[in-house]
Write a protein that binds this ligand. Sequence first.
Ligand code: HEC
Length: 160
Amino acid sequence: MKIFNKAIIIATTVGAILSTSATAEVTEASSEKHAKAATQYRQAVFQLVRSNMGPLGGMAKGALPFDESVMQTNAVRLEQLADMMGDYLAVDTRKFDVETGAKDEIWENFSDVEKKVMALKTAAQGLQAAVEAGDESAYRGAIGKIGASCKSCHDDYKKD
Ligand code: HEC
């Protein structure tokens, strides 16, 4: 009986973990203060995304030499940031006067936004796979796919 209960607890916990990591639920900001903080955190995530993407972009353009250790580290970080992105994008700040580059459509099409987050995650994993394989001919393309995932979301959900 005890073992049975334990199995249920484990199964429920695993289920809860899986469901929270797979989808974030849109919640409305509860006050102007909350909306401002949520916007700051959202932008902070993208600043970290930018700081990890910058060197990769430089390498893809040939402005910097390919550095496998930086590529691996930054690709892992981009994957981790993608894992956080859904939660940080899920706070709907539309009702409040915040300075944001986020378009209102984010919170109307959140499942599509999550697909674009997944595309970034998949692309970041793709770069890790290319580095693990040591396939230098694949580096530029793998970085390009990450860049395309940024653009695809910005085209639809970021102002200008
Ligand atoms: C799923 C959608 C999505 C993806 C994927 C995405 N972005 Fe963004 N990005 C946004 C949105 C929305 C904003 C506007 C946030 C705000 O101002 O509240 C933004 C803002 C930014 C900003 C400005 C942050 C600030 O301080 O105002 C930078 C820089 C940025 N993104 C870089 C990137 C890069 C680089 C990638 C890819 C590696 C990327 N983003 C992927 C949606 C996305």
